[in-house]
Write a protein that binds this ligand. Sequence first.
Ligand code: AR6
Length: 176
Amino acid sequence: MPNNDRILLINENITTLKVNAIVNAANSSLMGGGGVDGAIHRAAGPELAQYCSTLNGCVAGDAKITPGFNLPATYIIHTVGPVWYNGTKNEHQLLTSCYTRSLQLAAEHHCNSIAFPCISTGAYRFPFEDACKIALQTIDEFLQSEYLPQKVYLVTFGDNDFKSYSRIYSNFFKLP
Ligand code: AR6
C-alpha cells in the first residue's frame, strides 16, 4: 500500500507548525547554527541551548530529542545530516539513517505527527533531488511496518524547492 495519505508535502516555516515533533537539521554540537537550526533555536528560546548542552552532542546519522520549549511543537528531534563530499563519505547511508532514527524517536515518544525539513540540502550541500528521494523512500519504508507517526510532513522553505519536491513526490508515488 502506498503511503501518500500519510506523507504530506507543505511549504512553510517549520517553527510555526503545531505537530507533535519537528525535526532540526542540526550540527554535531547541537548548540545551534544557521539555516533551520538557527530559526528553531530562536523560536524555541534560550532554554533549548541550555538543555542541548547536557546531551553530549550527536554524530552524523543519529538523532536526539528535546522538549519544544516555546515552539508550538511538543518535541524537537535534532538530527545531524551528512556534509556532501560528492558521495564519497557514506552520505546516502547517513542521510537514510537521519530519517530512520528520527522516526524511531518519534514513535518511541508516541508522536502522531512529525515534520521534517530537507535535511542536508542547505549548508551541507547534499543534491536536492537525491535527498528528497532518500527521504521519501526511507519514510515510506518505515511507515509500511509502523503505526506511528500517522502523519509525516515534508517541509520546504521556498517556492522553487516546493515545486521541485512536488514533482519528485508525484514521480515517487506514480501520481498523475
Ligand atoms: N523552515 C523550514 N525549512 C527551512 C527553514 C525554516 N524556517 N529555514 C531553512 N530551511 P540548512 P543543512 C531549509 O542549511 O544543510 C546549520 O548551520 C532550507 O531551505 O538549515 O542540514 C546547522 O547548524 C534547506 O532546504 O541545514 C548545521 O551546521 C533545509 O532547511 C548546518 O546548517 C536545510 O538547510 C546543517 O546544514
